[in-house]
Design a protein around this ligand. Structure first.
Ligand code: FRU
Length: 515
């Protein structure tokens, strides 16, 4: 009998690792506690997830992959989980796509992206993570590897090995998260790197064939010497209202210190708007702006799906302890998909993709509502999931703070979303949240928004989270919110003054099919 070829032995090893991972997820899913499991956010049916990966549209389906630890509810050896959808509304689970099996990825299949070649092959670029002595803390090696979809169903990925080895003499361990795109006939890849001097940089590579990659240049170095690594870099053009092309450079910065309202999470994801032409470094023309001002947002990835829309998913990172999801057999969810645009104000806006409207089961229009000084008014007796669209009229209100309490249970616990007139910001306050970390986060309103005086809040309430889109995605706040058992009320609130709510509409939402 012939002995198996090295290729088929490697493929069999990968298959066996995928099978073990499927069993790991299934074991956790079997005893899952669903008290906070999402109805309309992507999550694994068991295990830990983090960054969205490999986002793409291919042969009539949307594909979302994500960092997955299939054997526990904490971060661990990374795999890629996978879901797909024909309409971006309802989703189905796909087999786990990638598991550690090669020498170079033996300790983790880290983050990466997808690109469809001119030959219509769907290729994936990911970071292989290898611990030098097989244990954390003893040094690591990160290199960029490639895989491709076996066929158009994308149920199986074939690994093709290293395309960019670890640059030993230029990097101190961290070198990861390739993002690939094509422009003017050339393939480009960016990778986040921590230099020997511990500066966070983004490196640019180019390729003619998607396989052989040549280092082009350092695209960007973070000006803050505390920032030692830029994870999950992203880079794409958008056209502004005047028809000019602007480049958006996104990254998840490690090491930035918090000050004032900024950088309040463990690590913080945001972007710069600027200009770029191939052969030059990126020239920012704005300050660093967060993609999302909430407690739980990190490592987003965007993709240009149909050549028209730039769509972004983030990971709702449970960045601080306590993290009560970990008791439930699963941990972590992605945000809703958001379309990234440049507004007439020149700013980046990220609003839920229009497909999200198709989740609405009904429209409950409650019209205009006036609250008396210090009034609290229950508008829903029990809803753990809901879309709440309201317009606050600042000019016809006198309240110091006015807004809405959600996940409000009999024990007085709730999460509070409000406009705070003293600071001119939208606040997501978890001081009275039932479980998990507390504290508050805020999103700014600019001078034009304040003088206009009508603030639109679109709030997506899921079993364990709140996402608040301010003025059609000019700002967003995403945070976990873990209610106590029992009925969950929604309560309008005016503090120390009156509130005029110009418009209020509720929508019950259908699930996305992943429960
Ligand atoms: C960001 C990150 C990435 C890495 C992955 C590992 O959350 O640290 O840089 O590829 O997660 O899970």
């Amino acid at each position: 009998m012939n002995s198996p070829s090295p290729q088929s032995a490697a493929a069999a090893k990968h298959e066996a690792a995928l099978l073990r991972a499927e069993r790991g997820v299934a074991a956790l899913a079997q005893s899952r506690n669903d008290r906070w499991y999402p109805a309309f956010h992507i999550a694994s049916d068991g295990g830990w997830i983090n960054d969205p990966n490999g986002l793409c549209y291919y042969h009539g389906r949307w594909h979302v992959f994500y960092q997955l630890h299939p054997f526990g509810t904490q971060w661990g050896p990374m795999h890629w989980g996978h879901v797909s959808s024909a309409d971006m509304v309802t989703w189905r689970r796909e087999p786990i796509a990638l598991a550690p099996s090669l020498q170079e990825d033996r300790d983790g299949i880290f983050s990466g992206s997808a690109a469809v070649g001119d030959d219509d092959v769907l290729r994936f670029y990911y970071t292989g993570h290898r611990l030098l002595n097989g244990v954390e803390g003893a040094g690591k090696r990160e290199s960029q590897l490639m895989a491709q979809a076996h066929d158009e169903n994308v149920e199986r990925l074939d690994k093709l090995g290293v395309v960019i080895p670890y640059p030993n003499d230029r990097v101190d361990e961290d070198f990861r998260d390739p993002k690939v795109w094509k422009m003017d006939g050339i393939w480009y890849m960016i990778v986040g790197a921590r230099t020997l001097e511990h500066r966070g940089q983004i490196w640019l590579y180019s390729s003619a064939d998607m396989i052989t990659w040549t280092f082009a240049q350092v695209l960007f170095e973070h000006p803050d010497p505390n920032v030692f690594m830029l994870e999950c870099p992203d880079f794409f053009p958008l056209t502004d209202a005047r028809g000019e092309r602007r480049w958006i450079l996104g990254f998840s910065a490690m090491g930035a210190e918090h000050h004032g309202f900024m950088n309040r999470n463990v690590n913080n994801a945001g972007y710069l708007i600027g200009s770029w032409t191939p052969g030059t470094t990126f020239e920012p023309s704005t300050e660093f702006r967060p993609w999302d001002c909430g407690h739980n947002f990190y490592a987003p990835q965007s993709f240009s799906a149909d050549g028209k829309r730039q769509i972004l998913y983030g990971w709702m990172s449970p960045s601080s302890e306590p993290n009560p999801m970990q008791e439930d057999g699963w941990c972590g969810q992605l945000t809703l998909p958001r379309e990234v645009t440049l507004g007439t104000d020149g700013d980046v806006h990220t609003a839920p993709v229009e497909e999200m409207r198709r989740l609405r089961a009904d429209d409950v229009a409650l019209g205009t509502i006036d609250l008396l000084r210090n009034e609290e008014r229950v508008i829903v007796d029990d809803a753990r999931t809901l879309e709440i669209d309201l317009v606050l009229d600042l000019k016809r209100s006198t309240a110091e703070r006015m807004g809405i309490k959600v996940h409000a249970t009999n024990d007085g616990d709730h999460t509070y979303v409000a406009y705070d007139d003293q600071i001119g910001r939208v606040v997501l306050d978890r001081r009275a949240t039932a479980r998990g970390d507390r504290g508050y986060r805020t999103a700014p309103l600019d001078a034009a928004e304040l003088s206009h005086g009508l603030v639109n809040l679109q709030i997506f309430l899921d079993h364990g989270s709140v996402e608040v889109y301010v003025n059609d995605g000019h700002q967003v706040l995403s945070s976990y919110s873990f209610p106590s058992p029992g009925p969950c009320r929604v309560i309008l609130t005016a503090e120390s003054g009156t509130a005029h709510i110009a418009e209020l509409t509720l929508h019950h939402l259908n699930g996305i099919g992943l429960d």
